[in-house]
Design a protein around this ligand. Sequence first.
Ligand code: FAD
Length: 438
Amino acid sequence: MDRRLRVAIIGGGIGGVALAVSLHKLAANVAVDIYEAAPSFPDIGAGVMLWRRTWEIIQALGLADELSVFASGRIEDGGHTMHMRKSDEKEAPTTEMVQSGGMAFHRSHLLASLRKHIPDSCSIHFAKRLQTYTRSLTGDIQVTFADGTQATHDLVVGCDGVNSAVRGVLYGTFAEEAKNAGESSKAAEYASKVDPVWSETVVYRGLAPRAVLEKTVPDHPAFSRNALLLGKDKHIILYPIAQGKLINVVALVSRQASEGTKYGKSWIREATNEEVLREYAGWEPLAIETLAAMERTDLWAINVVPTLPTYIGDGVALVGDAAHAMATHLGAGAGQAIEDAFVLASLLAHPAVTDEILPHALRAYDEVRRPFSQWVADRSRECGLTEEFNVLPQTSDPVLDLQEVVKRMRELFSFLKETSAMADRHKAVAMLEAAVGK
Ligand SMILES: Cc1cc2nc3c(=O)[nH]c(=O)nc-3n(C[C@H](O)[C@H](O)[C@H](O)COP(=O)(O)OP(=O)(O)OC[C@H]3O[C@@H](n4cnc5c(N)ncnc54)[C@H](O)[C@@H]3O)c2cc1C
């Protein structure tokens, strides 16, 4: 390309920052602007897991040593043992599950480390909420923000999360085009992809200081390893972060038959420990003491993006939650956003990419990343249903029921060690090269 490809990254969350850093490390000939709706980089959330697949990318970007400092758990352990309990029984049966290696981070540590690698050459614009974009006759993409300002780019990448405005414009346009072509059912199908839907789950999130828990549960299993407390329609995920000083608590409650509906209330709000404890009434004391120790509790309704038929449009791509916000049960959403970003950056970095070749690069991105990330989303959903005893038939023996659940979960998590993100990148690049004859 004679001039630099002008890329607009809409959204400065994990996906947007990972894309900016990947482009910086891989693609010299790209000019990058990040447009973030918030007045500064948002810092919400608590713990986040990264698995072996995503860690390959962190290594390829040369960030592994720096990030390892903040991590609990080690990829190279080759696996860690997760403590499992059926905690809706007063005498909770327990077992262990060996997991492939994963690294747990405080989200703010992970994001701060990634952001340090955004180069000065990348322009960051805060308080810029994308409202719409249009493609001009010359092929430029004109981006319009809520404050009325505009910018011109060659490629717009929607990294703007589950409520993505970029996805809204993309699928709104598809729907309009289908309607104009007289294809009303297709138009309705496209229109149904604009808004996210409720996954049927709400999550209470918080951090429990180890120092507090030591007084009530001195031998708490989550001091030394990840723990999963399971029960009908509910489960609690626990893992140590901040070098073990804090226990990340993720307590999920599913409302059967609500899947696919609109969650009418505020998606994120502060909750009280009493509210969480009411939900978990009757659970074993270890669960109750852990929930009671949370310092501050937020409720998140988990909304997901309906399965999209494409992640790309004319000069547009979707990355991360904008494309595939998913159930949280595999702890894979952030990792999938990083994988999207890395594969897309690898394609944009290819020397063959010109204005004419850009659509081929986007197609390779879509063909490799969409099936895989949607498969992960399906698996994540199934994992939640399994963990909450809604898939496998239950017997009168809770020990046996727990063992069967663990067996299936092991299968569901197996891709984390059996598949490779780098292989997907090679596949996408090979697809691009085959398409353009290089
Ligand atoms: C309870 C919970 C636990 C989770 N645990 C894990 C885990 O352990 N491991 C894991 O891998 N994943 C986990 N996830 C998923 C993970 O948090 C998300 O998949 C990830 O944050 C997605 O990153 P993103 O950059 O795509 O979107 P986001 O992080 O949502 O970032 C989007 C950004 O875009 C900005 N924005 C929005 N609209 C606009 C606009 N119109 N214009 C400009 N900017 C805009 C926002 O302000 C934000 O900064 C969890 C999620 C939840 C809810």
